[in-house]
Design a binder for this molecule. Structure first.
Ligand code: ADP
Ligand code: ADP
Ligand code: MG
Length: 668
């Protein structure tokens, strides 16, 4: 076994590799870019070497520098993780030439599987079933069109050098082929530096089922069963599971044997994945076809670890240091069911647009021990870190295990519900909706699951208006009480000299403005009303670290609610889901709200502290006019527009009620 390795990657996979190395007593060297100077993966390793600027091409793809760093720190091997240099045969060769072990397959195997078209020619010879298609070198457009017509529509044009879901075009009819080809070639040239394409029959309602394989330098090769990665958006995986639902032992054995044949055809060593597309013909049964081989550890490897009880990174290190595979095929077993969800910084409701920002709040579900593998979170970030535009948008992977699929599913839902991220948009709620959708829950899987279930997946807010408003009001009161507890003479809500105190709250929820009133009743109860909703609001503060946590009752619903307020936005998390509501500071916006008719009114009860202007003053839009005190805070009232002060209607020190006109202005 090595005594020191360098991890040529970042984020969760760098942390993941470091964890196993540490467990095995292998020292680790991190490399990092400018943007990652304080990243979690740097802290996770024993040493770290700065390798350049933030853009991948200036750092994580700078392989000469990475090899230099390995030499300088005395690392005997380099683990490339996934992405970046992991499938770069030139890098694998350069490591070998520098006398450093590459923790991955031989360069020749990477090269052989690197291009989809060439690898298909190889697989054809090895007897691995292929999707009917064209994967030869001749790229004459007229000939490609002819081939597409022969295959029969719909077809899929794929960039031979493509990856990561990029460079693919589905074509429904012959007339559309030429334009789709040109656009695919353009994207392929720009993204992969080669415009060679292949054409495949577009399999209808397919499943993506892949086989984890492992080879060693002693001629052994085994398969570690399958993963179903059918749930995809933009041809990229979002949820993966193992084993694949509906798999029979015979079909598993056939796919496993085909995957091992594929690996053996290229003298494969280390961890690899053979991806198959599985057809589900209407008459029943399943047929599988080779799609591509990924010559690296895969993002979703933890589900395989969960059902086999193995550490695949440990196997990688053992194989790369020359040891034989720890187990033989007939010693491998499947236990239970595992599901992984990729938590990404993105906006599902806006075509999954990637998002950037700060993880102001980042709370993970309670994890159980890795060995027990019940709930596992693999991530490369900590609270306060940023998701920058330089790297991919995956924040964390959530992996759950259960004795059955149903148990794993329930655990996934609970774990997603416990995942709290504030500061940037993520797909956490979307993932919960997918997990709970009829198709996923009933394992009715195929790559069109997301479009098919669109109605229940997108633009869903399961928390609902009433609970959102009640939570935001309660969180305001909890915060105020916390402030008051440091100043016992300033209790406000218990002191009601005349009549009932009514407070006004201005909210914005899902783009709609909303006015709510909270009445302090004589018996101490709180009555909350908005729109046609009205009811008694009850809540009790619960201990928490950061934000507010409370047991809340409103309108017959009782929920434990966790909130964080960032500026005007209250982020709400409860068992039903997560949502946010904007609590508009009515006083700060007073000028704007009351701009009509030249009146400036107090939007809530309070005391006038001072006027910054006098009658006759010419005022500019945004200029401070008066300061009010309410809710133990001072609020400046600003001019909504240019104009002249006509008259002041109160004096400093005056108590005013909601709606009282403070001053008159004449618009310019
Ligand atoms: P996996 O196949 O391991 O489940 P992905 O296909 O999402 O995962 O790819 C893993 C990582 O590698 C992602 O960060 C993805 O962006 C990146 N990646 C995959 N293929 C390529 C490629 N050909 N070029 C650049 N990045 C790639
Ligand atoms: P990448 O290198 O980007 O991962 P793949 O060839 O593995 O490309 O395909 C990615 C995804 O595209 C698959 O998981 C599947 O959802 C879809 N796909 C690929 N080939 C076909 C096909 N012939 N018919 C239907 N869908 C396909
Ligand atoms: Mg693929």
């Amino acid at each position: 076994m090595f005594t020191k390795i360098l991890i040529a990657n970042r984020g969760e996979i760098a942390c993941r590799v470091a964890a196993t190395a540490r467990r095995l007593g292998v020292r680790t060297v991190a490399v990092y870019s400018d943007a990652d100077a304080r990243a979690k993966h740097v802290a996770a390793c024993d040493e770290a070497v700065h390798i350049g600027g933030s853009a991948p091409k200036d750092s994580y793809l700078q392989w000469e520098r990475i090899i230099e760093a390995a030499k300088a720190t005395g690392a005997q091997a380099i683990h490339p993780g996934y992405g970046f240099l992991s499938e770069n045969d030139a890098f694998a060769n350069a490591c070998a030439n520098a006398g450093i072990a590459f923790i991955g397959p031989p360069a020749s195997a990477i090269l052989a599987m690197g291009l989809k078209a060439e690898s298909k020619q190889l697989m054809e010879k090895a007897g691995v079933p292929l999707v009917p298609g064209y994967h030869e070198a001749d790229q004459d457009p007229a000939m490609l069109q002819h081939e597409a017509n022969r295959i029969g529509y719909p077809v899929l044009i794929k960039a031979s050098a493509g990856g990561g879901g990029k460079g693919m075009r589905a074509v429904d009819k012959a007339e559309d082929f030429a334009a789709a080809l040109a656009s695919c070639q353009r994207e392929a040239r720009n993204s992969f530096g080669s415009d060679a394409v292949l054409i495949e029959k577009y399999v209808q309602r397919p499943r993506h089922i892949e086989i984890q394989v492992f080879g060693d330098t002693h001629g052994n090769c085994v398969y570690l069963f399958e993963r179903d990665c059918s749930v995809q958006r933009r041809h990229q995986k979002v949820l993966e599971e193992a084993p694949a639902p509906g798999m029979t032992p015979e079909f598993r054995q056939q796919m496993g044997a085909a995957a091992v044949a594929a690996a053996k055809a290229v003298n494969y060593v280390g961890a690899g994945t053979v991806e198959f597309i599985v057809e589900q013909p209407p008459e029943g049964g399943m047929r599988f076809f080779f799609m591509e081989m990924n010559t690296r550890l895969q993002v979703e490897h933890p589900v395989t670890e969960a059902i086999t009880g193995l550490d695949l990174v440990e196997w990688q290190l053992r194989v790369a240091s020359g040891e034989p595979l720890p187990l033989k095929q007939d010693e491998l077993r499947i236990h239970g069911h595992a599901i992984e969800a990729r938590i990404c910084a993105e906006t599902p409701d806006n075509n999954f647009l990637p998002a950037t920002g700060t993880l102001t709040v980042y709370r993970k579900p309670a994890c159980t021990a890795f060995e027990r593998g019940v709930v596992r979170v693999d991530d490369g970030v900590r609270e306060g870190d940023t998701i920058s535009p330089f790297y991919d948008s995956m924040v964390a992977k959530l992996i759950v295990f259960g004795a059955t699929r149903a148990e794993a599913l329930a655990r996934m839902d609970a774990a997603l519900a416990e995942t709290r991220i504030v500061g940037l948009s993520t797909n956490v709620q979307f993932l919960r909706h997918v997990v709970n959708s009829p198709s996923f829950a009933q394992a009715n899987l195929d790559t069109a699951l997301i479009p098919r279930e669109a109605a229940v997946l997108f633009h869903q807010d399961k928390v609902g208006l009433a609970l959102a408003v009640a939570s935001a009001v309660a969180q305001t009161l909890v915060t105020e009480r916390a402030l008051e507890s440091t100043d016992p003479f300033s209790r406000r809500d218990g002191w009601r000299p005349h009549g009932l105190t009514v407070r006004r709250f201005d909210f914005e929820y899902l783009g709609e403005s909303l006015l709510a009133h909270l009445t302090y009743l004589h018996d101490g109860a709180l009555q909350l009303a908005f729109g046609d909703v009205s009811g008694v609001l009850q809540f009790e503060s619960l201990p928490t670290e950061g934000g507010s946590r409370m047991d809340l009752q409103f309108q017959g619903q009782r929920q434990t609610v966790q909130t964080w307020q960032l500026g005007e936005i209250v982020h709400i998390f409860c068992a039903l889901g997560a949502t946010q509501i904007t609590e508009i500071d009515a006083l700060a916006h007073a000028g704007v709200a009351a701009a009509d008719g030249g009146r400036l009114t107090a939007p809530m009860p309070g005391k006038v502290l001072s006027f910054a202007v006098k009658a006759g003053d010419v005022i500019k839009k945004g200029q401070a006019l008066a300061v009010m005190e309410a809710m133990k805070m001072e609020h400046t009232i600003a001019a909504p527009a240019d104009g002249t002060v006509a008259e002041l209607l109160y004096a400093p020190g005056d108590q005013v009620s909601e709606g009282a006109e403070l001053l008159k202005i004449t618009a310019a």
